[in-house]
Write a protein that binds this ligand. Structure first.
Ligand code: AMP
Length: 481
């Protein structure tokens, strides 16, 4: 029997409240199947498409089951890419917000020492890419003795990126007594081998999908050679007039070139590829998510798992080299039950690859006639109108959660021996405040951040202007969330 309401599961009020605030009305299929099993601490092997709500299917039980009082990390979530690590961290953080779950993300090309500092504090759930996670284990900054939950997300991608040895090495540092959950869009043999080796009688869950791609995505293609692609792209964007569009290319150089060309034509666009600094990559993805620009030009670093609401179009400027990447790329649209359009530019030399893609996805990709000059001309004014209008700025997924939370900055930290009990003690001595109104506390060297929940931030901020913390007045100000 399946359940269709989150209230049917044994979830604490903190987790349920976060689910409500995220506006998740009822569990998705994968959540219906995974939640009851994972909440009973059983291993699960899950085959499910991206965009199915699978992150919450492991984030909800993990946030529910970790013990807040423990200081050392209890759960490790491994993801193949840095972008996905950041996204999963945000999802876990949002779900665990009212339980005050601390979730550092460990990934490369980003400050090691900053991550080290976060790991030194109370930490419940660690999200990491394999390489950086191993580095922290080796350095002793990530203590794994208390890990009770291991989640391997996008396992097929991990293996195709050659992370198997690193994953095995990480597992060798984890306690044997643990729950392991493995999520994958496809189940090639090496995944079953991995599961046999490291999982205990896993419950196998498969979310049925008729084809590998979401039915709501309309897929079509145009025959075109390299020299004609840019002009075709211009025409297609005029005819399709997308609200939000990801254009995939196979090389970084081409991404750079296309971004430059489209910018000079006044398209609101930006780019992402592997040669860019990680901080810039994060900034671009956040700006795209918020809707600051309409066209993201990307290599496959943006193809996997990345969840951006309302991407209406995906254009494959180049046919992907790996057929799996076709599925991942076009899966950036048609998410959450919405419609999407996936358009592929096919050169004569791509025909074999396209055939492999049809056979793999089980779905026809209709070959269409290039739009006529007349049609392009007719639709151009409408397109130019949209181009001149600033895109609508989208709200953050966790906006409801943030609305009644205020983050405060206190100018005292470890160097002045500030401890969480000092903060909690002071806050609870304020009239109308209880432990339930205190969110995540982060104590750094010379500053402390604390979240005040339930709309009590202003009141606390005012009181702390005159109230001592740890025997002395401290400067307390509002911090950015
Ligand atoms: P994922 O497959 O984890 O990338 O999730 C896809 C999208 O579905 C994300 O934007 C989630 O925030 C959203 N989502 C997850 N669970 C639910 C739910 N039960 N109801 C509505 N949206 C959900």
């Amino acid at each position: 029997m399946t359940k269709s309401n989150f209230t049917d599961y044994k979830l604490s009020k903190e987790i349920r409240r976060a689910i409500d605030m995220l506006n998740y009305k009822s569990p998705t299929k994968v959540q219906e199947k995974v939640l009851p099993v994972a909440l009973e601490n059983k291993d699960v092997l899950v085959k499910s498409q991206t965009g199915s709500g699978k992150t919450a299917s492991f984030a909800i039980p993990v946030c529910e089951l970790v013990n807040w009082n423990e200081n050392k990390p209890q759960a490790l979530i491994l993801t193949p890419t840095r972008e996905l690590a950041i996204q999963v961290k945000e999802d876990v953080f949002n779900i665990g917000r009212y339980k005050r779950i601390k979730v550092p993300a460990l990934y490369g090309k980003s400050s090691f020492s900053q991550q080290e500092k976060e790991l030194k504090q109370k930490t419940h759930v660690v999200v990491g890419t394999p390489g950086r996670t191993i580095d922290h284990i080796k350095e002793g900054s990530f203590v794994t003795d208390n890990i009770k939950y291991l989640i391997i997300d996008e396992a097929d991608e991990m293996l195709s990126l050659g992370f198997i040895e690193q994953i095995e090495k990480i597992i060798s540092h984890l306690p044997n007594e643990r729950v392991t959950m493995l999520f994958s869009a496809t189940m090639p043999e090496d995944i079953s081998d991995l599961s046999k080796k490291y999982m205990k009688n896993p419950i196998e869950i498969e979310i049925e999908a008729k084809t590998l791609t979401v039915d709501k995505i309309e897929q079509f293609a145009y025959k075109i050679e390299e020299t004609g692609k840019l002009n075709l792209l211009k025409d297609i964007t005029i005819v399709e007039n997308p609200d939000t569009c990801v254009i995939f290319c196979n090389t970084r150089q081409k991404v750079d070139m296309l971004c430059e060309k489209l910018s000079s034509l006044n398209y609101t666009c930006d780019k992402i590829h592997g040669s860019m600094e990680q901080d810039d990559r994060i900034k671009v993805m956040n700006n795209f998510r918020k809707g600051y620009f309409r066209y993201l030009i990307a290599t496959d670093v943006a193809a996997r798992g990345i969840d951006i609401e309302n991407v209406t179009h995906v254009i494959n400027y180049d046919v992907p080299v790996l057929r799996e990447n076709y599925v991942h790329r076009i899966g950036r649209t048609g998410r959450g039950g919405k419609d999407g359009r996936a358009i592929t530019f096919v050169m004569k030399s791509d025909e074999r690859r396209m055939f492999e893609i049809y056979s793999y996805t089980g779905k026809d990709i209709e070959l269409r006639k290039i739009p006529s000059k007349r049609l392009v001309h007719e639709l151009k004014p409408k397109f130019e109108k949209k181009l001149s209008v600033k895109p609508e700025i989208k709200e953050d997924k966790g906006i409801n959660l943030s609305k009644d939370i205020m983050k405060l900055h206190i100018n005292a930290g470890k160097k002045t021996k500030m401890r969480p009990v000092d903060i909690v003690g002071t806050l609870c001595s304020i009239d109308g405040m209880s432990a339930e109104d205190i969110g995540v506390i982060s104590i750094l060297d010379i500053s402390t951040y604390v979240e005040i929940l339930n709309n009590k931030g202003e009141m606390v901020l005012k009181t702390l202007q005159t109230k001592n913390i740890k025997g002395r007045p401290r400067k307390v100000t509002k911090a950015d969330i």
